[in-house]
Design a protein around this ligand. Structure first.
Ligand SMILES: [Zn+2]
Length: 371
């Protein structure tokens, strides 16, 4: 008998692996922070002896949910400005308020509140993008959650930098110190093509490639963004960021509401992940992302809440339900995005979209015990 830290028994296990294996009377073997084995209880209790045994009482045991796109410190600005279009909400309200009030203390407090809220709805990992991202990382690690933490870079002054050069220097310093953390994957976040210059996008791509860390950004969220890009650059958003070299890095692209099939195929070629944000897209009337099409083409599409100020909560079960319903309604096909698919989007596929599929997203030997 092999001695291990924890044996979870009497569980209905949903592994959410590629074959969707289930074990109705299952057990999960955990040693340290990782999964050692998963399978039938009878077989595993004959091989492993747990220092701690957790009887799951016949309940479901599954991978923790993944919030693939958010801005967690914004719990502190939730409900501040509702019922507005994105550009008015962002440029007219959020960014001025953030420049005035966002500090390391603000970020730590807002993150701690968000972690408590996400843990309540079964979330174990999330992808963030904000300012003072090292303080997001500290509060997240203290809560025991896993996160991809993207330091924002903008073409105008932000709460933690007077210029984009300062943001990039912050990002470099943050990434170099947190690169090997067991819970945090540091990243660089050029906010969006329309809030960055070509020079910034290129510099972010170089930084991400140098340290082999992801890029977390917003892409083609509104029709206006695409229209402006066509007018100014003569092309849609995805070819433009490709031209700047952004897709050479491991990109997580939030929203992608207004992208065409050619752009989806470009994403597939570069293994770009997508984060679908149904509540936020509905609230800001941005449109409905072509999620079914993206999945059919083979893209990894996760699900996110977006920031709590554009949702207004961090409840992933609500987001999963909305993702399923929205896809059915917009495609006119009630078989679009069945329960199994949306649950996979919020576990294994979401982790792959965030480029952390080797760490989490399914219950499999070698992965972290995010349950
Ligand atoms: Zn966002």
């Amino acid at each position: 008998m092999k001695q291990v830290d924890t044996l979870f028994i009497n569980a209905h296990i949903l592994t959410m692996d590629e074959e969707f294996h289930q074990y109705p009377t299952g057990a999960l073997v955990v040693d340290g922070d990782s999964i050692l084995a998963v399978g039938d209880e009878k077989e595993l209790v004959s091989k492993y002896q747990g220092k701690q045994i957790v009887d799951c009482g016949g309940k479901a045991l599954m991978p923790g949910l993944i919030n693939a796109h958010t801005h967690v410190p914004m719990t502190l600005v939730r409900g501040l400005a509702d019922d507005l279009r994105l550009d008015v909400w962002l440029m007219g309200y959020m960014m001025p308020v953030e420049r005035e009030f966002v500090s390391p203390d603000f970020v730590r407090l807002g993150t701690s509140i968000a972690c408590a809220e996400m843990i309540r709805s079964g979330v174990t990992s999330f992808a963030d993008m904000y300012y003072f991202e090292e303080d997001v990382a500290k509060a997240t690690a203290a809560a025991g959650m896993r996160a991809l933490c993207g330091q924002t870079v903008l073409k105008f002054p932000s709460p933690d930098a007077r210029s984009f050069e300062e943001s990039l220097a912050y990002a470099r310093d943050f990434i170099s110190r947190w690169k090997d953390h067991p819970l945090i994957v540091p990243a660089v976040s050029p906010h969006a093509p329309y809030t960055c210059t070509a020079e910034i996008l290129k510099a972010c791509a170089d930084l991400a490639l140098e340290f082999d860390v992801p890029i977390h950004t917003h892409i083609s969220e509104t029709a206006l963004e695409v229209e402006n890009m066509r007018n100014e650059q003569g092309m849609p958003v995805v070819p433009y960021i490709k031209k700047q070299g952004l897709l050479e890095a491991k990109v997580l692209a939030a929203h992608c509401v207004h992208i065409d099939e050619g752009e989806m195929r470009t994403f597939l070629h570069y293994n770009t992940g997508v984060a679908h944000n149904p509540s936020s897209n509905l609230k800001l009337a941005s449109g409905a992302a072509p999620v079914k099409k993206m999945l059919d083409i083979g893209l990894n599409v996760g699900i996110g809440t977006d920031g709590p100020a554009s949702n207004n909560d961090l409840d992933m079960f609500e987001e999963i339900r909305l993702a399923a319903f929205l896809a059915k309604n917009t495609s006119g096909d009630p078989t679009a995005l069945p329960a199994r698919t949306v649950l996979a989007m919020d576990t294994r596929i979401g982790a792959q979209a965030m480029h952390i599929g080797h760490l989490t997203g399914s219950l499999a030997p070698g992965k972290r015990a995010d349950i």
